[in-house]
Design a protein around this ligand. Sequence first.
Ligand SMILES: N[C@@H](CCC(=O)N[C@@H](CS)C(=O)NCC(=O)O)C(=O)O
Length: 286
Amino acid sequence: MDSKNLDSLHTSIATLQSVSLSASPLLSEIRLEGEKFVAPAANPSQLRLYGHYLCPDVEATLIAFAFKKIPYQFVSVDFPTRPDWFFRLPSEGHIPLLEFHGKSRYIRDSLPIIMYLDEAYPDSGSRLFPGAEDSPLLKARLRELMGRAEEMCGLVSKFSSSQGKDKDSLAGLAKTLGWLESALEISVKNPFFEDQKKPTLADIMMIPHIRRLMLLQGLDSWTTLDVYSKTPRLMRWYRNMLDLPEVAKNTASRKWYLAMCDWRAKTGQYTLPIFASHPPGVGDEM
Ligand SMILES: N[C@@H](CCC(=O)N[C@@H](CS)C(=O)NCC(=O)O)C(=O)O
């Protein structure tokens, strides 16, 4: 996004805030006091997730909620100007954070939250992690892939904050992308990691990072990775994932992710309140 586009985006912040607040049912609990988010009223009937749409780990959690078909309430927390009420919660400012029915019980971090959803609601939506009846090998491989997703998180973050110029992250990305490409070699009958018919926790933890990497390809003055010719299986997997409504509706939108990267490059700041409340989702862009 060039600076002219970013400026016009900033000038329309006020309008977009009111549009996105009224358009998304997930944001209905947020109230704004000036520019600050304030704690929403307690919610006795649903799980509540605190997060920020542009955080990849929050994104994985939102996608998992969609696959599990579990109702929840999303509270968008501005980041890093996190409000005092949020720091008073036991996550010490970290997102994602799951709160239980106003009972002052919490789980922090995407993996334990998603594992909880999968185990607590085994019959709702699809199973995200194999059960006791499945092979230890499958479970171990999925755990390894989740570790790779964490690796990707660090690499993509360095890649984006250096505008694609950091040499170590470029080398690390080439290696990890190559590993993922080989891991997909066995997905012959089915599109997902470990030849699974439906996405598992490994696919869900991975997609936010690959999505961000893909959104950063082909930008002026950024290094573009040769993903299409070097990792064709991974690109096929990426398209299959984005074709799923559970992913497409919850993944970072191109417009907002690029605007945030541009803003960070110019100001050194991570977000504006508007970035916290932008609606996620893929429109007619891929
Ligand atoms: N491993 C955690 C990482 C979550 C994470 O890194 N969250 C970031 C925002 S994207 C955070 O809350 N950082 C705390 C801070 O910077 O103070 C997960 O998967 O949920």
